[in-house]
Design a binder for this molecule. Structure first.
Ligand SMILES: Nc1ncnc2c1ncn2[C@@H]1O[C@H](COP(=O)(O)OP(=O)(O)OP(=O)(O)O)[C@@H](O)[C@H]1O
Ligand SMILES: [Mg+2]
Length: 204
């Protein structure tokens, strides 16, 4: 389902390239869950950005659901990402001007049948314990509550691949419930979590 081969990533800096990821290969099958662990600054978020097709690798290949996303044109890549990937960002990246419910629904706005997702959004918000906060703005939420909104948003389109960048640190929410067995839709086909030196991995 997900195949990574010979992936490398470096960033140019004034003092020469910063080599972050070197020659990484692995694959995940349907139903697999995996954790990436390493110290701060070791490249965990960078790897997840590449798998989430938000950042291109310097070398190597990513194949998800039989598709080579980095070979797609920008518009097709955006559509592919929207359809197949759910991303819980380390800093949640919620839209500040939108309500909690609107944030969860944001990935569905390009759909013709966007209205059909409202019930699922409310259900996901219920699962993360925030249904009664659906009209709040992100600024009115705690850090952990923002992360829980981000979890619901990541699941709204039933992604094939759920990428979780240190999602349970502040939220107090085990991912097993939402990532593993969400009601109103199938579980994501595969999940990848990042964590710091200690494991926050919940195989759910
Ligand atoms: N655009 C960029 N240009 C240069 N360096 C970058 C860029 N983006 C990230 N880095 C560097 O890459 C390194 C890895 O960053 P990354 O965010 O992947 O680490 P991480 O393992 O997720 O750390 P943390 O546990 O603190 O979240 C850091 O040293 C960071 O400064
Ligand atoms: Mg990180």
């Amino acid at each position: 389902m997900l195949e990574i081969s010979r992936l490398s990533k470096d960033y140019p800096t004034p003092r020469g390239p910063l080599y972050l990821l070197e020659d990484i290969s692995f694959s995940l099958g349907r139903g697999d869950a995996a954790a990436i662990m390493g110290p701060s600054g070791s490249g965990k978020s960078t790897l997840l950005y590449i798998l989430g097709t938000l950042e291109p690798p310097t070398a190597g290949d990513v194949v998800l659901e039989g598709c080579h996303p980095f070979q797609l044109a920008e518009r097709d890549l955006a559509r592919f990402r929207n359809r197949h990937i759910g991303f819980i960002f380390q800093d949640h990246c919620l839209l500040p001007q939108c309500s909690v419910l609107e944030n969860v629904l944001a990935p569905t706005l390009i759909q013709k049948a966007a209205a059909n997702y409202r019930q699922r959004a409310l259900h996901l918000l219920d699962q993360v314990g925030l249904k009664d906060r659906m009209d709040h703005r992100p600024a009115e939420l705690s850090g952990g509550e923002k992360q829980r909104v981000s979890m619901a948003r990541a699941m709204i389109r039933n992604p094939s691949l759920l990428l979780c960048d240190e999602p349970t640190g502040k939220s107090g929410q085990p991912l097993g419930g939402i990532g593993g067995r969400p009601a109103g839709g199938a579980a994501p086909a595969a999940r990848l979590h990042s964590g710091g030196g200690h494991s926050q991995f919940d195989s759910g």
